[in-house]
Design a protein around this ligand. Structure first.
Ligand SMILES: [Zn+2]
Length: 457
């Protein structure tokens, strides 16, 4: 699986989180299903130009008075820090475009040799879109339609307005430059993905992913370059994630509604952010708002507190797998979860199944019925595998676990003191303990074999 990675000229924003959390779950689920996955996600550190024709990284380096590679290093580290915090598993290979310039030069030369690309007087190399009749097939566009929309910049020597740059000559002040058969220059953005995908995954591979906003021209150009060269299909499946808006508006720095992953993590737990993202199908757009995040956080907390309760009850559970009828509940929810994920990684439906399961679990645990250790372990395994391994929503160790443990010991101490008070006929004292606990939502229940407690809320 190859997924277009970030251009590292600034901190990752919440739109990046949407894309990479989505692919994280796809990666996790494929592995869980028994596939051997090689997950390649590039780091774009050269060639991704702004509308103005400036290189994003060079522009940023100028603004910060840093070497371009300092900018790259700073924001690459920041990106991984953010993704780690979001529980995104790292790709197996994170190739950098600047580390693969020879591969890109070789590919450009091969395209020239095959008649799919041409060199201009200035030393730019363009892909000749008329040489690849299928150009436009991913985004469903015809070349005729593209002509009117294509822009030719001043100084560009294109044969066709839709031709795109494979290699650009470097002006004297351009810091990022490499030797090539066409003079000093730098690679175009599209060629890096084709070259690195094929280097690590072969001429044809299974899944190519990315954000929908890069389908045209970026992904379309990748296909043209690769398939024109090899004559073989490039990727078997294209998985593209829907966009993210903020309060219904496209996120942009100029509008002041730009939310970085770090901003989001300062306000919400990572689990809530993942819950928010995964509550829509990966192909759908999502809208980031306080209400949406608050609701995702509540949903996530409900899930986690059920898991906490299960793990807590496990510590003092009697042996055995009672009640037996609950095995069917587990099996049913497991298979419905798998069915949802098998249907184009339908995480929102899978989360719904986990939530229904949680209602069943809460009913069981609050029924007063003895739940055996084996049964609690089977319930916990559902949470660990489906909620943890696959969706990355439930941590192996829940923070606050030690607090819960201490709370349990304190309540049991009070139960012990109350039992002593009753043995000494100090009824007022015994009632005081019971009533004060009830006031804070801890309900004592006297049973023939001793006193147990329930936490309300
Ligand atoms: Zn790409």
């Amino acid at each position: 699986m190859y997924v277009c990675g970030p251009t590292v000229y600034d901190h990752a924003h919440i739109g990046h989180a949407k894309t990479y959390v989505s692919f994280d779950v796809i990666n996790r689920y494929l592995r869980y299903s028994g596939y051997k996955v090689r997950y390649v996600q590039n780091i774009t550190d050269v060639g991704h130009l702004l509308e103005s024709g400036e290189d994003r990284i060079l522009k940023r380096a100028g603004a910060l008075a840093l070497e371009p590679m300092e900018v790259v290093e700073t924001y690459t580290r920041s990106y991984f820090e953010d993704m780690d915090a979001l529980g995104v598993l790292r790709p197996d290979i994170s190739p950098r475009a600047t580390g693969h310039v020879p591969e890109q030069i070789k590919m450009v030369q091969a395209l020239i040799d095959k008649g799919h690309a041409y060199v201009t007087k200035k030393g730019d190399v363009y892909f000749d879109v008329t040489s690849f009749p299928e150009y436009g097939k991913l985004s469903g566009q015809r070349l005729e339609d593209l002509v009117s929309g294509a822009r030719v910049e001043v100084g560009e020597e294109k044969r066709h307005p839709a031709d795109f740059a494979l290699w650009r000559h470097a002006e004297p002040e351009h810091l990022m430059r490499w030797d090539s058969p066409w003079g000093e220059g730098f690679p175009g953005w599209h060629i890096e993905c084709s070259a690195m995908a094929m280097k690590y995954l072969g001429e044809t591979f299974d899944i190519h992913g990315g954000g929908l906003e890069n389908r045209f021209p970026h992904n379309e150009c990748e296909i043209a370059q690769a398939e024109a060269l090899t004559g073989k299909p490039f990727a078997r499946y294209w998985l593209l994630t829907g966009s993210l808006t903020i309060d219904g508006v496209k996120m942009s720095k100029s509008l002041g509604n730009f939310v970085t992953v770090k901003d989001a993590l300062a306000r919400y737990p990572a689990g809530a952010i993942r819950m928010f993202i995964l509550s829509s199908h990966y192909t759908n757009p999502v809208d980031y708002s306080q209400a949406a995040l608050d609701s995702a956080q509540k949903g996530w907390e409900r899930l986690v507190s059920a898991v906490q309760l299960v793990r807590h009850r496990l510590k003092s559970a009697p042996e055995g797998g009672a009640p037996e009828g609950f095995q069917k509940v587990i099996a049913d929810h497991r298979s419905r979860f798998i069915e949802a994920m098998d249907d184009d990684f339908n995480a929102p439906v899978a989360i719904g199944v986990l939530q229904e399961f949680t209602r069943e679990v809460n009913t069981l645990l609050n029924s007063g019925e003895d739940v055996g250790r084996d049964m609690l372990e089977a319930i916990d395994a559902v949470y660990r595998e489906l909620g943890g391994t696959v969706l990355g929503l439930i941590p192996d160790e829940i923070a606050g676990g030690a607090d819960a443990e201490r709370q349990d010991q304190l309540i049991n101490l009070l139960i012990e003191l109350r039992a002593e008070a009753r043995a000494n006929r100090e009824w007022a004292r015994a009632d005081q303990i019971r009533d004060r606990l009830a006031e804070i939502g801890i309900i004592l229940e006297d049973r023939p074999d001793g006193t147990v407690y329930k936490i309300q809320g």
